[in-house]
Write a protein that binds this ligand. Structure first.
Ligand code: FUC
Length: 734
């Protein structure tokens, strides 16, 4: 069980620093002995606001653009979308850093025995070193229940601790002032008008606490505790009060804070565990990563990257927090790549792939809150851009639920809300939370489907298509040389529509909802184009076989039906599964999998194709090519989706339940001779513990309610009737 990252030197770069998160507050701990820096975030601090960016010319040009695309006039179609459909203004404001906390130690001598570690089970960072023959220790954590970052400093030196603290962040340092005799308060305002506040208080044992204009100075204390919180006007009318209240409350609690924090996070983290029976390796994490690059096997690192994804979700997606953006909640740049907002043509969805199977289903709620934020703007866009009912979103969104087509190149993709809504059904299937489905989930699914009922048109083959879409984010080339990402239809459209319609209909059945809309959804579902196989044996990405501009493109959108969709499986559609294998090998041959998230998706594909050795090999490639020293996923730059995608993929390798039966160890790599996974959550509300060695596989299932299901291990198929709350253990010969 690998639950620790450790290093023998402070971080020099942000991607070496240790991430901490309490859902709303995020911190990156650099760990310098003499100069410590914590790079801070607050999850609502974004530039911009809830603007209506829908292009008023969109609707009147929609049919023209559809016709141009149908006629192969790709350049003209593209030019018209650029002026008539793209959002005004085109881009959304970025997610912003909050500030940095600096802690400058004084009177330290030479430093030795330095260690910096992150315990991901307890969500706690530690720094320790020796100076002048005495021990110095720091402990850092972010309490979700109290919404505070706590930094505790301790020394056994009889002289005590000497350090200065301030909050400062160039280039837009909003300015900090003193607050009382032991506090600092930083106020700022974004260009969009959002107020933000960071508040800090220091508590000391012994010594003195003095202040300069924007600096607190501790001298001679045996122990010191820094308590910090932050808030913005996105959530609070009075962010200063909100932040100060959290700090003051935590200040009074002192010793009770840490145990509360540990039980809060371990209650989530300990729900499951993975053991690959790896040999223990007592080397720093960065050294282990280097060893992997030299070709060494270290399955412990696979355990660690798996657990790290669970850790990051617990740290960044908690009740009442924002949904995780491209960087979760961690961002140090004022102009981050892709604004570090929500790219919803795979990235945000991937963030939530592990939530249910890793037995953290309730961590999906920030995503559901986010989808609900999109409903009003998404109805407006549906009506004013497409002339349809329902709600929809394009490929980008902000915390204000922007649904207008953002950006210039790849924006006109109408499936953002549809794909996000699939998590609703995943959540319901894993938890059987009927109340949620009825009051929140189903209305969203139904309205997302309603948009497409109105929006789809029939093509000459008699199939429903959108008539204006893209296969994210690949470019096809016509024989006349015109090229575009825009197209009348593509394979991914049908994959998402099949999933959306099927889940909506399943939910309607559970809730006994039957009406005209439900019949219409069914009719659309029955008239979607089938999958096609191309001349190379590959799954076609578009309705015809076109030349692709980038045959190694990082997106593999047409394989949506294999994962996360459920149309294709080696168990039920072996020919299509073969075509998916071929597609993957073509992509990889042409340089595919080069971004972290793309590699993570490949691993999920291989798991669904039941190719365990390929899945494992790609996990190693993710670690060697696309992982920073602090284990953050590397696009580059840092993008968190690959972390979450990797965790989800490991679970897909061990047990699947998406095809209506339990598929035990479907993609077990041959090198994983012995191992176990405990506490995995399957669809049907079943918790599974699996262990295996070279002779035998053992499975224990605990269902929430009575259910009947088929269970499959290789070709051994059994019918099971499970009693709610009762354990059933089965064994199989390996
Ligand atoms: C999509 C991807 C990019 C990147 C961006 C945030 O556009 O194609 O690789 O992940 O989202």
């Amino acid at each position: 069980m690998e639950n620790k990252l450790f290093y023998l030197a402070p971080a020099k770069q942000w991607t070496q620093a240790l991430p901490l998160g309490g859902g709303k507050i995020g911190a990156m701990v650099f760990g310098g002995a003499k100069e410590e820096k914590l790079s801070l975030n607050e999850d609502t601090l974004y530039e911009g606001g809830p603007a209506n960016r829908n292009n008023p010319s969109a609707l009147e040009n929609l049919q023209k653009i559809r016709k141009l695309l149908k006629d192969g006039e790709l350049d003209e179609a593209y030019a018209l979308t650029q002026v008539s459909m793209t959002a005004v203004p085109r881009y959304c404001g970025p997610y912003l850093p909050l500030t940095d906390l600096f802690l400058r130690s004084r009177k330290l001598l030479d430093i030795s025995d330095y260690k910096r570690e992150l315990n991901i089970r307890e969500s706690t960072a530690k720094v320790s070193f020796v100076s002048g023959g005495f021990n110095y220790e720091r402990r850092y954590y972010i309490s979700n229940p109290k919404n505070v970052l706590v930094t505790e400093l301790y020394t056994d030196s009889p002289d005590g601790l000497f350090f200065d603290v301030n909050l400062m962040r160039r280039p837009y340092d909003p300015g900090t002032r003193l607050c009382g005799h032991d506090g600092l308060l930083m106020h700022g305002k974004t260009n969009g008008g959002m107020d933000y506040v960071c508040a800090l208080r220091i508590k000391t044992e012994g010594g003195t606490l003095t202040s300069f204009s924007d600096v607190l100075r501790v001298e001679g204390a045996k122990k010191a505790t820094l308590i910090l919180s932050a808030a913005t006007s996105f959530r609070h009318d009075d962010p200063e009060k909100a932040a100060m209240d959290c700090v003051n409350h935590a200040y009074e609690l002192s010793d009770a804070l840490y145990p509360e924090h540990v039980s809060d996070v371990t209650a989530l983290y300990d729900r499951m565990s993975l053991d690959l029976h790896s040999d223990p390796v007592d080397l720093p994490t960065d050294v282990r990563l280097e060893n992997l690059k030299k070709g060494q096997d270290d399955e412990g690192m696979l355990e660690l990257i798996f657990n790290f994804g669970r850790y990051l979700l617990i740290a960044s997606s908690r009740e009442g927090s924002m949904a995780t953006n491209l960087q979760g909640i961690w961002n140090a740049e004022f102009a981050p790549s892709w604004e570090s907002i929500y790219t919803i043509n795979i990235n945000t969805e991937m963030n939530y792939w592990p939530a249910c199977p890793a037995n953290l289903p309730e961590l999906s709620f920030p995503l559901f809150d986010f989808i609900e934020k999109m409903v009003e703007p998404g109805r407006f866009t549906a009506k004013n851009t497409y002339g349809c009912l329902g709600f929809m979103a394009h490929h980008n969104a902000t915390i204000w639920g922007n649904t207008a087509p953002t950006g210039a190149g790849v924006f006109l993709w109408p499936f953002g809300a549809a794909w996000l809504c699939l998590q609703i059904w995943e959540y319901y299937e894993h938890t059987l939370d009927l109340d949620f489905l009825k009051t929140r989930g189903y209305p969203l699914l139904r309205e997302a489907s309603e948009f497409f009922v109105g929006h789809l048109i029939k093509d000459e083959r008699g199939y429903y298509i959108t008539g204006l879409t893209q296969s994210p984010e690949n470019t096809y080339i016509l024989e006349n040389g015109q090229r575009s990402t825009l197209c009348p239809t593509c394979t991914m459209d049908n994959g998402i529509l099949r999933a959306l319609f099927t889940y909506t209909l399943s939910a309607a059945k559970v809730l006994n909802d039957e009406n005209e809309l439900i019949y219409a959804i069914k009719e659309r579902l029955d008239n979607l184009a089938p999958y096609e196989i191309g001349s190379k044996g590959q799954l076609l990405e578009w309705e015809k076989e076109y030349e692709e501009l980038e045959p190694g493109h990082r997106h593999v959108s047409h394989l949506f039906g294999l994962h996360p969709g459920r149309d294709i499986s080696p168990r039920t559609t072996p020919d299509l599964a073969k075509a998916c294998e071929k597609t993957l090998s073509l992509r990889l041959k042409n340089g595919g999998g080069h971004t972290g998230w793309s590699r993570a998706w490949l691993i999920n594909f291989y798991a669904r194709l039941m190719r365990g050795d390929d899945a494992r090999e790609n996990l190693y490639l993710l670690l060697t090519n696309s992982t920073y020293e602090n284990l953050f996923d590397k696009h580059p730059p840092f993008q968190i989706d690959g972390n979450f995608g990797a965790t989800a993929a490991v679970l897909e390798m061990l047990c699947q339940s998406h095809m209506g039966f339990i598929d035990l160890l479907p993609a077990l790599p041959s090198k994983w001779k012995k191992g176990s996974v405990r506490g995995m959550l399957l669809r049907g509300g079943v918790t599974a513990d699996i262990s295996w060695d070279e002779e035998q596989v053992s499975l224990t299932l605990i269902p929430k309610v009575d259910i009947s299901t088929d269970l499959r291990y290789k070709d051994d198929i059994r019918k099971l009737t499970l009693k709610g709350g009762e354990k059933l253990t089965l064994t199989f010969q390996k």
